[in-house]
Design a binder for this molecule. Structure first.
Ligand SMILES: [Zn+2]
Ligand SMILES: [Zn+2]
Ligand SMILES: [Zn+2]
Length: 490
């Protein structure tokens, strides 16, 4: 509510006036201003008149108190301010007085002034007369406390405004319709206590009050309508909370399921080499999926807990949690994956010829069974080879395990750090340097130069990768996908 209160233009600072007619229902604010100025010069009392088309579902009384405090109406130390708030769509008038006024203008008097001068004119849609008479009555009461409420505004002023009223465009000439004969007694129940029939009666009353211009809700109906709005808002909030919970649980369940599914598939795959390939190919995707899930959960949880106003705080917390996640948890996860792949490689193999369990040679000992190219692949860390030897028939098996290859990502284009050499075909064609030749724009694609040298046969080449055109809706080139094919030259 505070943000809505702050949005009401303060007429005092905007144009040195006491009247803010945001709803545009007054035809002559100057005459009201004149009365208030005279009274302020005389006694120092400050009176603000505010008309607003709507304050949403807020209760006018609460809104009036908030606006009164926000503007600090009244002289410092005297607390002698008065706020007249008129909310058009709820058809409510609230008069809020400072503590310094309660002796001269007790709540009972204020209520009687509203009943005598405000409501009758409002019922005829003559808001100008209603507001002018209300201000006039309050000022007269302050200066002549001995006068009865009925005598505060003289008849002559009344006729003056009546003449005004005939010029008022939406003035209704058939006042008979304004008489309400169908007021239902809700016996002070709260909205949730109403029976279905009573709710229907309230519904119909509100329906009529929306379509008939000179029709007013009484205090009880207005209170019930406010309670109904509040209840609807509560239900809406609960619903969105439930949806967010489903989303979080759905997201978690999906990734728990995918991880379990991967483990089941790996469990039932007989060949250790095939196990290795499944984990090697899928774990990276699952890993990134799980990286993203805590971020999404954090955003959702924070939006549940924090108000819209605290959004910058939640953004800060989310970014912080992403950084912490990548530093600690992402690294840990990567190490766990490496350990898992290593343990799959260590599963004992049986000899294909005689069925005896073979033994794995150490990294140093296995090199004499490998070709020079294979050793080069192990050195650049693109592929690892394990050599298993059978103790009974002395045959051996060379097993090939591709490593996890981090990719260079250059503004939308991605190219592997190591690829297979076009000359010797080993996975030893290593990127030595790369530089951007032209940046991608919205109208044309860019180019990046990649220099590669083979760690085995020393063949070297310069390749050109295409950087795709920038997209209008670009959210940062995080996953470029396919870079264009490279040309190769000496
Ligand atoms: Zn080796
Ligand atoms: Zn054997
Ligand atoms: Zn080569």
């Amino acid at each position: 509510m505070d943000t809505l209160v702050a949005k009401v233009p303060n007429p005092k600072t905007v144009r040195n006036s006491w009247v803010e007619d945001s709803a545009g229902v007054l035809t002559d604010t100057a005459s009201i201003d004149q009365m208030i100025n005279a009274e302020e010069a005389n006694s120092g009392v400050e009176i603000a008149v505010v008309t607003l088309p709507t304050i949403g579902s807020y209760v006018p009384k609460d809104f009036a108190v908030a606006l009164f405090n926000h503007w600090k109406i009244g002289k410092k130390g005297k607390d002698n301010g008065i706020l007249i708030l008129h909310v058009i769509d709820q058809r409510r008038i609230e008069i809020e007085t400072g503590y310094g006024m309660e002796g001269d203008l007790p709540d009972v008097t204020v209520k009687r002034i509203i009943d005598t001068y405000t409501i009758p004119s409002f019922k005829e849609d003559n808001f100008q007369k209603g507001h002018a008479d209300t201000v006039s009555a309050i000022i007269t009461k302050l200066n002549h406390p001995e006068l009865a409420v009925e005598d505060l505004v003289s008849n002559t002023t009344g006729t003056d405004y009546a003449a005004d009223a005939s010029a008022y465009p939406s003035n209704n000439d058939t006042p008979n319709e304004s008489k309400r004969t169908d007021e239902y007694d809700y016996q002070g129940k709260s909205y949730s206590q109403l029976t279905d029939d009573e709710k229907r009666i309230l519904e119909e009353t509100v329906e009529r009050y929306n379509t008939t211009s000179n029709y007013f809700l009484n205090d009880e109906e207005s209170r019930l309508l406010n309670e109904k709005f509040t209840e609807l808002e509560k239900i809406e909030k609960e619903e969105s909370l439930r949806n967010k919970k489903y989303f979080i649980f759905g997201y978690l369940a999906l990734f728990v399921f995918l991880n379990l599914f991967q483990r089941v598939v790996v469990w039932f795959t007989p060949s250790p080499t095939a196990k290795y390939h499944i984990v090697h190919k899928t774990d990276f995707i699952l890993f990134y999926g799980i990286v993203i899930s805590p971020v999404i959960i954090a955003i959702t949880l924070l939006s549940l807990v924090l108000d819209d106003a605290l959004f910058p705080v939640s953004i800060f917390l989310i970014i912080g949690s992403i950084i912490i996640f990548f530093i600690f948890w992402g690294d840990l996860r990567m190490r766990k994956l490496m350990e898992r792949l290593q343990s799959i490689r260590n599963i004992p193999r049986k000899c294909k010829k005689c069925g005896t369990t073979m033994t794995k040679l150490s990294e140093e000992a296995d090199n004499k069974h490998l070709s020079e190219g294979q050793v080069s692949e192990e050195i650049v860390n693109s592929i690892d080879y394990d050599v298993w030897v059978c103790p009974s028939c002395h045959s051996n098996a060379i097993l090939k395990f591709p490593n996890i290859n981090p990719e260079y990502i250059h503004k939308g284009t991605s190219f592997p750090k190591i690829k297979s050499c076009p000359e010797c075909k080993f996975e030893t064609f290593v990127c030595r340097s790369s530089r951007i030749l032209s940046e991608a724009t919205y109208s044309s694609s860019g180019k990046v130069e990649v220099k590669r040298t083979c760690a085995h046969c020393k063949h070297s080449a310069t390749e050109y990768e295409t950087i795709p055109k920038k997209q209008k809706s670009s959210s940062g080139g995080s996953s470029g996908g396919g870079g264009g094919g490279g040309e190769s030259s000496g």
